[in-house]
Structures are given as structure tokens and as C-alpha cells.
Write a protein that binds this ligand. Structure first.
Ligand code: PMP
Length: 344
């Protein structure tokens, strides 16, 4: 099977992304996408960029996006690194900042162990507490990557807790803020205070642009230079012209993003109560998904699927009896609740 494969290719166990089904008319609550369209200004900018200039390579520095992200976060463009999705920003951070041991929780974004293995690092897996919160004390010292809010639990750490981890670290602390816009506290203010913190953001969730593939890092200029060095040894042009135009316009339209994230957060809080009433053990989420425990989780997921509703379940032992349900529109959530009432 693996004839002609390099040792590296033969040894890895790749990350498996959530399903993108071909069937239409399904209610897709399995990959934490945004149920609402992106900013009309982003669509307009992408259309404008789809012109004769596509003959030419894009700006390798993604200057217009660095400037838009810097203006949004109150930092300088030299504090921004742009990537083809935050997955790429994270993969580059793993290569730029970790040489040996890297800590992360046992239950977190399941891409972290894959990158650790791909880049020959030693993962130090820290078990979450019984209530699925992050044991902050175990993260003091060393290097680490933490999703805040964590995924798939949705539970956030406070800025004070993140600061304690950054202060105590021996190296770089990577904070993955994929879901932060839904009620988490961002660690961006720490970037000005500490030389060893990297915040990773994405347009895939709060900006409704998962299909555009754009993510970025915010950090001290010295760390950004290291990320640029890795990127320029790998791909000079990860952000195409369409993505640069769309990302810059989306980041500039803060009012649109804030409105959408507020709607999704309100829907989440409402349906968190309803799902609890239906018998689920719902963790307190500040993200755009709910992590819902039920002894019959596997069967419920299969029954939902028969009714055209897709949610996600993970294989690892501690969370086998939980479903991760992305927050959809109120109409989609009502359809979910009606289906659950039939099933349970
Ligand atoms: N971090 C976390 C915690 C995620 O759940 C995801 C989405 N799978 C990502 C990063 C990657 O998002 P993207 O590459 O679409 O920016």
C-alpha cells in the first residue's frame, strides 16, 4: 500500500476534517461554519478582484490584509502574519516556535497532535479537569498551544488565566482564538506586553468565510519574522488575490461581524437551555457550538442523519457520549429540536 512513500508519509496519521456532504437540503451542524453569509462588502471586493490582475501573482506580504487586521486589533502591520486558513498559521507556528516538548490538553483541537507528530515534537498531553475545564496550573512552564475557547468543549479561559500561562512559560504560548468572537476574551492585549505570545485567528467562523481560507497570527514582530521565514521556505503566495481582497474587506466590516456573532451567541444561549431540558448535559459554551452529553449519543447522531441533520461526534474515549452541535439559524435549531423530540 505504502510503496514509494517517504518514511514520514508512511508514519503519519492525518487529521480527518468533518464531512462536507454533497447532498443538498441538509442541515449542516457538523463543522462549526457560520450559517449566515459573509459581509456583502467582502463579496463585492472578491468580485472586483476577479479581474485581469489574476494573471499576476498576489502580494507575497498580503499588505492590505495586514493593514486591515492591524487596524482592527490596534497593533502594527508588522505584528500580523497571514496564512491560508488558521490551520496553516498554526502549522507554521508549530514549526517556528517549538523544538522539543509542546503541551496541549487531552481534549482539544485534534489537529495539534498531528502537527506535533509531523514536525517531530514531543507532545505533553494534559488531561482536562473532570468538568472539562483546562487545569491552568499544569500549563505553567514550557511551551504550549491552547484553544480559547477550547474545542470541542466551548469552555473559555479568562484573560488573567492566559496571562498567568504566558508569564510562566519558558518559550512561546500559542493561543488559538478560532471561536473567540462568540464571547471569549481575546489575548491580543498581551501581544504588546509579552514577547512570547502568538494569537491565531480565522475568518472561517465569525466572518462566514470558511470557503475563502484565510487565517492570521498576531504577535511581537520578532515572532512574525520567524513565521515569515518558515512560510517563505514553503510557499511564497499562500493567500491568493481573491482571498486578500475578501479578507481585507471582511476585517474592515467590524459592524457586520459583531452583529452576526451577537445573533449566533444569542441563539446558542437559547438552545443551550432547550437542549438541557431535552436531557443533554450541555457544557457552558462561549463558541459557536454546543458540546452535548447524552448516554445515547451515537444512536441520536445516526437518527439525526436519517432526518437530514448532521452533527459531529469524536472517537476519543472521554467524549464518546457527546455530540458537538454547531449553532445554526433559529430555524435550523428548531428543526434540530423537533427531530430530537422524535428520537429521544
Ligand atoms: N482551530 C480550531 C480550534 C478549529 O476548530 C479550527 C476549525 N477546524 C481551526 C483552528 C481551523 O480553522 P481554519 O483553518 O478554517 O481557519
Amino acid at each position: 500500500m505504502k510503496e514509494f512513500w517517504s518514511k514520514k508519509a508512511a508514519a503519519i496519521t492525518p487529521y480527518v476534517a468533518g464531512e462536507q456532504p454533497k447532498i443538498k437540503n441538509i442541515i449542516k451542524l457538523n463543522t462549526n461554519e457560520n450559517p449566515y453569509p459573509p459581509s456583502p462588502k467582502a463579496i463585492e471586493a472578491i468580485k472586483e478582484a476577479a479581474n485581469d490582475a489574476l494573471r499576476l501573482y498576489p502580494d507575497p506580504q498580503s499588505t492590505i490584509v495586514r493593514e486591515a487586521a492591524a487596524a482592527l486589533h490596534g497593533v502594527d502591520p508588522e505584528n500580523i502574519f497571514c496564512a491560508n486558513g488558521s490551520d496553516e498559521a498554526l502549522a507554521i507556528a508549530f514549526q517556528a516556535f517549538f523544538d522539543d516538548v509542546v503541551k496541549f490538553p487531552d481534549i482539544t483541537y485534534s489537529f495539534y497532535p498531528v502537527w506535533a507528530s509531523l514536525y517531530g515534537l514531543v507532545p505533553e498531553i494534559i488531561p482536562l479537569n473532570d468538568d472539562f475545564t483546562i487545569p491552568v496550573k499544569s500549563f505553567l512552564g514550557g511551551c504550549c498551544v491552547i484553544a480559547n475557547p477550547n474545542a470541542p468543549t466551548g469552555i473559555p479561559l479568562s484573560l488573567d488565566e492566559i496571562e498567568a500561562i504566558v508569564k510562566a512559560a519558558d518559550g512561546v504560548v500559542v493561543i488559538d482564538e478560532a471561536y473567540c468572537d462568540f464571547g471569549g476574551e481575546s489575548a491580543v492585549p498581551l501581544v504588546k506586553k509579552y514577547p512570547n505570545v502568538v494569537v491565531i485567528r480565522t475568518l472561517s467562523k465569525s466572518h462566514g468565510l470558511a470557503g475563502l481560507r484565510f487565517g492570521y497570527a498576531i504577535a511581537d514582530a520578532n515572532l512574525i519574522t520567524a513565521m515569515d521565514a518558515i512560510k517563505d521556505s514553503f510557499n511564497s503566495y499562500p493567500i491568493d488575490r481573491l482571498a486578500q481582497a475578501g479578507a481585507a474587506a471582511a476585517l474592515a466590516d467590524k459592524a457586520y461581524t459583531d452583529n452576526i456573532t451577537n445573533i449566533i451567541s444569542e441563539t446558542r444561549d437559547k438552545y443551550s437551555v432547550i437542549l438541557t431540558e431535552l436531557g443533554f448535559d450541555v457544557l457552558p459554551s462561549k463558541s459557536n457550538f454546543l458540546f452535548c452529553g447524552h448516554p445515547d449519543a451515537e444512536n441520536i447522531m445516526a437518527e439525526l442523519r436519517k432526518r437530514g441533520i448532521i452533527v459531529r461526534r469524536f472517537g476519543s474515549e472521554r467524549i464518546q457520549d457527546r455530540l458537538r452541535i454547531t449553532i445554526g439559524t433559529p430555524e435550523q435549531m428548531d428543526a434540530l429540536v423537533n427531530a430530537l423530540k422524535e428520537i429521544i
